[in-house]
Design a binder for this molecule. Structure first.
Ligand SMILES: C[S@@+](CC[C@H](N)C(=O)[O-])C[C@H]1O[C@@H](n2cnc3c(N)ncnc32)[C@H](O)[C@@H]1O
Length: 273
């Protein structure tokens, strides 16, 4: 279909009105981008919508589980000592992290994970947590000071609202933002960008999008983590994910690897002139 023949806003609304996305608070920029990307491949809006919904399903990953943010917010409000070191906050965060497959897998080795990561990158002052999911709830294990500017980006508004409330409660600035990082890459200069367990899905959304994003970001070090095994643990994804990183590496950048349990972190840095 020719994009000028499409009533873009009404197609976006049709998707947002479906049962699956009605109350999701999904960022319309993501849907708009998918419609524009998929339109040339289809002759009818019915087929186009079907394809966009299929892509959305993989991006939003509803099968990975979604907590009830109202209940979580109420629980957070009741915590007496909300500092990141407090056992009450830690057990709250652990329970939330256990609700998403990606963060749940990291639970047994979180402390080691951040120790090893920050040993190599240094302690950052400004962090961008890109496609963050519930990952900011791991802050109490990161060993970062509360003065850090922790920017977190996701495309689900209730998730962003919850993360900002949590940031405020534990003493961080509420810097979470509803932003599609592929449509609007953040322009903030930062010491460290994190793209944890999402680059492989983004590559499926739009082949080559990682290369553009990584080149656009104004971060000193970009840490891309990817799983080394599929979700059921039956086969290795290591070579495939190493290829993904090397194929998308911007010019004049180098890559180092840190292997931590079921995850491999690729540290991408500009070559110093
Ligand atoms: C598999 S979770 C990864 C969570 C986290 N990075 C981690 O390792 O625990 C993917 C998250 O990225 C978000 N996401 C996917 N595409 C995005 C995009 N283009 N911009 C911002 N967030 C995105 C999804 O909504 C979801 O919360």
């Amino acid at each position: 279909m020719n994009t000028s023949d499409i009533d873009l806003e009404s197609l976006i609304q049709r998707i947002l009105d479906t049962k699956k996305y009605r109350d999701s608070g999904l960022n319309p920029d993501t849907i708009r981008d998918l419609i524009l990307q998929e339109a040339p491949r289809y002759q009818s809006s019915k087929k186009l919508l079907k394809s966009v919904k299929r892509k959305l399903h993989n991006i939003v990953a509803p099968y990975l589980g979604e907590p009830d943010y109202e209940i979580l917010t109420a629980k957070l409000e009741q915590i007496n000592n909300p500092s990141p070191e407090s056992p009450e906050i830690k057990s709250f965060c652990e329970a939330v992290l256990a609700e998403h497959a990606s963060t749940q897998e990291r639970l047994p080795y979180m402390e080691d994970f951040y120790n090893r990561l920050f040993q190599r990158t240094g302690i950052p002052n400004i962090v961008l947590d890109l496609a963050c999911g519930l990952h900011p709830l791991a802050f109490p294990w990161m060993g970062l000071p509360l003065s850090v500017q922790y920017h977190a980006y996701d495309i689900i508004q209730p998730r962003i609202d919850f993360i900002n409330f949590y940031f405020t409660i534990i003493g961080l600035e509420p810097l979470a933002e509803n932003r599609d990082i592929l449509v609007n890459p953040p322009g903030i200069k930062a010491d460290l960008g994190l793209i944890f367990k999402e680059a492989h899905r983004m590559e499926k959304r739009q082949p080559g999008c990682n290369r553009r994003l990584w080149a656009d970001l104004k971060v000193e070090t970009l840490a891309i983590s990817l799983p080394t095994q599929n979700l059921s643990g039956t086969h290795s994804l290591l070579n495939q994910h190493r290829d993904l990183v090397h194929d998308n590496l911007p010019e004049k950048h180098v890559v180092e690897e840190i292997s931590i349990e079921n995850e491999i972190v690729f540290l991408i840095r500009k070559v110093q002139a």
